[in-house]
Design a protein around this ligand. Structure first.
Ligand SMILES: [Zn+2]
Ligand SMILES: [Zn+2]
Length: 254
């Protein structure tokens, strides 16, 4: 099983670092975590048979985390019709209220439905979803007051990886991510440029230390992070392994 970084960037256009998107690949079983713009093309570049994605877990519905759902659905609808692919079911997971928002977006595009695609919605809070041998757990977090956001913990046996999406510092997530091998965590802005609703490297380090995680992967870094040593800033608070997330990087899960 692999967790592949499709996009380690933000909403700023950057050909090297696409918006947020991650692929959990377990043999032929394909699950996405967020689907920000640029990540559908990344799936094509990586020769992933994206037509067979079965489910998507959204952390929240900011555009850099879900916009590629729209071209994906249109492409799939066309392929089902033109290539005569069998009808398929796509299951979407997200925080409370995401169904209503998504349906409004679809309606705004004149789409009440996508022909040949059945979309199922599941709203999550403190939830547990079972996919074969894998458990996906969710936990609500603070990002902006205007939007609900969740963090995910992917568990297979004793091994676990957590992916945070966007969040502000909140010690309530520490028990939820405790003991994971890899924490793929939003690291929005350098210590000296703290933005409300996002984490700094120091805060990432504090969470990692308190949760006793083995490795931290700093992702979703806004452009000011490119001008400072964010790894060094994180290490001020955390003595484990710190890495910068890079597009196309593979985190093995065995
Ligand atoms: Zn956001
Ligand atoms: Zn974001």
């Amino acid at each position: 099983m692999q967790f592949i970084i499709l996009g380690s960037g933000t909403h700023f256009p950057d050909p090297k670092r696409r918006s947020a998107g991650y692929l959990l690949r377990d043999g032929k079983d394909l699950t996405l975590f967020d689907f920000g713009y640029g990540t559908l093309l990344r799936l094509v570049e990586l020769k992933v048979p994206y037509q067979h994605i079965q489910r998507i877990f959204f952390t929240h519905l900011h555009k850099d985390h879900f916009f590629d759902l729209l071209p994906f659905l249109t492409t799939l609808e066309n392929q089902v019709a033109q290539w005569r692919l069998p009808p398929r079911t796509l299951t979407l997971y997200g925080p409370k209220g995401f169904t209503r928002t998504l349906k409004k977006v679809f309606a705004g595009l004149g789409k009440k439905s996508y022909k040949g695609i059945t979309i199922k919605y599941h709203e999550l809070s403190r939830s547990h979803v079972r996919i074969g041998r894998v458990s996906v757990l969710s936990h609500p977090v603070r990002h902006y007051p205007s939007i609900k956001s969740v963090v995910y913990r992917i568990q297979k046996g004793r091994r676990a990886l957590a992916y945070t999406g966007d969040l502000d510092y909140d010690e309530k997530i520490i028990p939820f991510v405790r003991g994971v091998e890899t924490l793929v965590i939003e690291c929005g802005f350098p210590n000296e440029l703290k933005h409300k609703g996002h984490l700094t490297p120091r805060e990432c380090g504090m969470i990692a230390t308190k949760a006793k995680v083995k490795r931290v992967v700093l992702t979703h870094r806004f452009p000011p992070c490119d001008r400072v040593d964010v790894v060094g800033q994180c290490r001020e608070e955390y003595s484990g392994v710190v890495q910068l997330a890079k597009d196309r990087a593979i985190i093995n899960f065995y």
